[in-house]
Design a protein around this ligand. Structure first.
Ligand code: PLP
Length: 370
């Protein structure tokens, strides 16, 4: 028996319109016909699972999510491969959501329900998985679902998954991006919520991202809050540095978000025989290594953009170019290998792919016509 009852969208997007929408979807602007919802209360635990028409959520204005920011999310992608949809390490997303929930004093679904929601939604909206370079971006999230203005963790929660067909995150695809190093704003502090995937971290990063755009840059790089000296990460991506002795350096976990892509990059690079070090790397060092030629590549990574080279770095009092400003060879190699694994074009020695058999009768078993 499935946890999710299927309430079919009675006015789904037609085939011609969907085909047009799938042609060049701008990131996060097109949504599929359905969403998964699942509710939690102290008395009932997880209940009322549904795959239903995607629609606005209606909440009492005293909901804690509006006032105290009890909100966490995940980001993952489904790729089309023969008759299957492939996910990349979805259990890691389930576990990270659980860690985010713990930090935000929230509740989130156990791994099996998390996966069942994703699998059910992908099956129902399989027609929305783009062919070719595109993918179906999945956005699971949890919000408070309480009616109480007092300050304490909510006693009810909603888990929801929406899906959005996407092309490449940056307009230029794998073209090198320019980053802005913010010396004004920080993203996270020791003991804070930097390692949790919560909306609040993003809210606090938007002003710095706007500053980056004003400066003609694509993304902002945050430094540590205590000293303003150590490189942490971007608003939504982790960062790596390649040095001329072959070492691959990335900032250590703690106040940064533990990216699934970051972890995969570390594993793939080590497997290729490279020395990978998780160690603090300062902005000053980055600058002087770029000037001396010791820095040969810099790249950023995350689910949405996969792996993207950094060509140029700007900050309040200057700028510098990373090597010759083009995409480095390790960056290109890792990007291709990662994408090939994700899309089923390469061997998967680490068992990272999670295959969903499409059209496996899930709908037939769970249809409840409304
Ligand atoms: C989601 C996210 C990342 C990337 O994580 P992936 O699991 O690789 O997608 C990096 N930094 C921040 C702040 C994030 O929110």
């Amino acid at each position: 028996m499935s946890t999710f009852q299927f309430l079919q969208n009675s006015t789904p997007v037609g085939d011609a319109e969907r085909a047009a929408l799938l042609r060049e979807p701008q990131f996060g602007s097109v949504f599929t016909d359905h969403m998964a919802t699942l509710r939690w209360s102290v008395e009932r635990g997880w209940h009322d699972g549904r795959i239903e028409a995607v629609a606005p959520l209606s909440y009492h204005p005293a909901n804690a999510a509006f006032h105290y920011g009890q909100q966490i999310f995940e980001g993952m992608k489904a790729y089309r491969c023969d008759g299957n949809a492939l996910l990349f390490r979805p259990v890691e997303n389930a576990r990270r959501l659980a860690r985010s929930a713990e930090r935000m004093a929230m509740v989130c679904p156990p791994e099996d329900l998390f996966l069942e929601a994703i699998e059910s939604l992908v099956n129902v909206d399989a027609r929305w998985i783009p062919d070719g370079d595109g993918s179906l971006y999945l956005r699971p999230f949890v919000i408070a679902d309480d009616v109480f203005l007092g300050v304490r963790p909510a006693s009810r929660y909603l888990f929801c998954v929406i899906a959005s067909p996407v092309g490449s995150y940056f307009k230029g695809g794998a073209q090198p991006i320019t980053v802005w190093v913010s010396e004004t704003y920080s993203r996270a502090a020791r003991g804070g919520t930097g390692a949790a995937k919560c909306g609040g971290n993003y809210a606090g990063s938007l002003i710095a991202q706007s500053e980056a755009i004003e400066q003609g840059c694509d993304q902002v790089v945050f430094l540590d809050a205590a000293e303003g000296r150590w490189i942490e990460e971007l608003g939504g991506m982790n960062i790596f540095f390649v040095l001329d002795d072959g070492e691959l350096v990335t900032p250590p976990l703690g106040t940064i978000l533990p990216g699934v892509t970051r972890d995969a990059v570390i594993t793939l690079a080590r497997q290729a025989g490279r020395r990978v070090t998780e160690r603090p790397y300062s902005f000053d060092q980055w600058r002087s290594d770029a000037a001396s030629g010791r820095l040969v590549e810099t790249f950023v990574c995350g689910t949405a953009a996969t792996i993207v080279p950094v060509g140029q770095v700007r900050f309040a009092s200057g700028d510098f170019i990373v090597a010759d400003g083009s995409c480095g060879s390790l960056t290109a190699e890792l990007r291709d290998l990662l994408q090939d694994i994700q899309r089923g074009r390469a061997d998967d020695p680490h068992g990272w792919r999670y295959s969903i058999k499409l059209g496996s009768g899930w709908k037939a078993r769970n249809v409840a016509y409304v």
